[in-house]
Write a protein that binds this ligand. Structure first.
Ligand code: FPP
Ligand code: ZN
Length: 377
């Protein structure tokens, strides 16, 4: 008897037939020069179809700079160009706009502030009007502790994370009025499955789980979560046959979850944001297999990294696949309020990538100069 597959089952089979043959390959090489060339190519004038990404200009700057930075290939002229692009994205209220002349948006502001942090110089820091930015963020705060992405926009775990992250980098995350209720609201996003959703009572998802968990960690509230059920859900994200992570139950593997899910594992393993002592532990998933998925299935032949075969590479997946690799290349732990990083014995071949800050998603240590610049402003 022929049983008709559901749409979900058909997509799973299609994915398995594209991924499985690539996993047979024994080679586990990272094509550094090809990816570097891809990133350089993305700095040239782009074909017209990229105009659909016009509202994601700040994000494109961040994905590009961050990928180059994690590969330790970011040069001065690219930074200078990024600074001039970001200057045009400054809004009148202290936030940054998605594209030139557009409205300020919390997620563009997050991408711009991280890009400025990566540029790591006073000329870049001077693009931020901290006092105005704080007032603008106040105007986006909801009574329940969450934040809108802009005045008419949605409120979810992404915007809460973006605000807490920006506030931490600029030294105002201890503003009790601004963050009153935020930790409690974020904890309500944990679902019966164990992962966290974009808003309370929605579906647990790897992207939102990273955002909510990172924000909760910055607000020192990890112990308010049901950690065993979160860990169980995070462990279930690794596909037992295809080795990559999925973003939610019964969905497909995708290279970008190497960071959203892998980074969530990393936050828990590193002990960041946990008040108890001695909470560091190894990653609770098979990082060798994740590496196999990224190296054998996500590297596009012509350079750049992707979601899954046979998709094309893009800057977003290049950035988050690189962060995923960087997260397994080292052992990360907090000691005396500072990071203690050691090359991972399992993945010493990946040490040409710089270690990544598990919360700020940029090369570790870059946060220091920004923190000290804005300390007294
Ligand atoms: C589902 O897409 C994707 C979402 C619902 C959003 C995911 C959120 C992030 C990736 C986090 C973004 C982070 C910041 C800092 C803004 P889908 O249905 O196409 O994918 P799926 O099948 O894998 O769930
Ligand atoms: Zn993806």
């Amino acid at each position: 008897m022929m049983v008709e597959l559901s749409d979900t089952q058909a997509l799973q089979e299609e994915t398995a037939s594209a991924v499985a043959p690539l996993l047979q390959d024994r080679q586990e090489l990272f094509h550094f020069n090809k990816h570097h060339n891809y990133l350089k190519k993305m700095l040239e004038p782009l074909p017209s179809f990229f105009s659909v990404l016009d509202a994601s200009k700040a994000w494109m700057v961040y994905w590009e700079l961050n990928s180059l930075a994690v590969m330790n290939r970011l040069d001065m002229s690219t930074k200078t160009r990024a600074i001039s692009t970001l200057r045009q994205l400054r809004g009148k209220n202290g936030g940054f706009c998605g594209g030139n002349g557009q409205e300020e948006h919390v997620l563009s502001t997050y991408a711009a502030v991280l890009s400025i942090c990566i540029c790591d110089c006073d000329e870049a820091f001077a693009l931020i009007d901290k006092a105005k930015l704080v007032q603008w963020l106040y105007s986006l705060k909801n009574a329940d502790g969450s934040f809108r992405v802009n005045h008419e926009g949605e409120s979810d775990a992404r915007s809460a994370y973006a605000v807490v992250c920006v506030a931490s980098l600029l030294g105002f995350s201890n503003d009790h009025d601004l963050f009153n209720g935020t930790l409690e609201w974020l904890c309500k996003c944990q679902t019966y499955e164990g992962g966290l959703a974009g808003v309370p009572n929605a579906e647990a998802h790897g992207g939102y789980t990273f955002c909510a968990l990172a924000a909760i960690a910055l607000l020192q509230g990890i112990q308010k979560l049901d950690i065993p059920s979160l860990v169980k859900w995070l462990v279930q994200r690794q596909d037992s046959a295809l080795y990559g992570f999925s973003g939610r139950t019964n969905k497909l593997v995708d290279g970008c979850y190497s960071w959203w899910v892998g980074g969530s594992h990393l936050i828990l393993a590193s002990g960041f944001g946990n008040r108890s002592e001695n909470v560091t532990h190894a990653l609770f998933y098979n990082s060798r297999k994740l590496m196999k998925y990224i190296l054998q299935c996500c590297q596009a032949k012509s350079g750049g990294l992707r979601d899954k075969p046979p998709k094309r590479p893009d800057q977003y997946h290049t950035c988050y696949c690189l962060l995923g690799l960087s997260s397994i290349a080292y052992d990360y732990k907090i000691q005396d309020n500072d990071w203690l990083i050691e090359p991972s014995s399992l993945h010493s071949t990946l040490n040409f990538l710089l270690p990544t800050h598990p919360i700020f998603c940029i090369p570790l240590g870059l946060e220091k100069k920004m923190l000290s610049y804005f300390k007294d402003i």
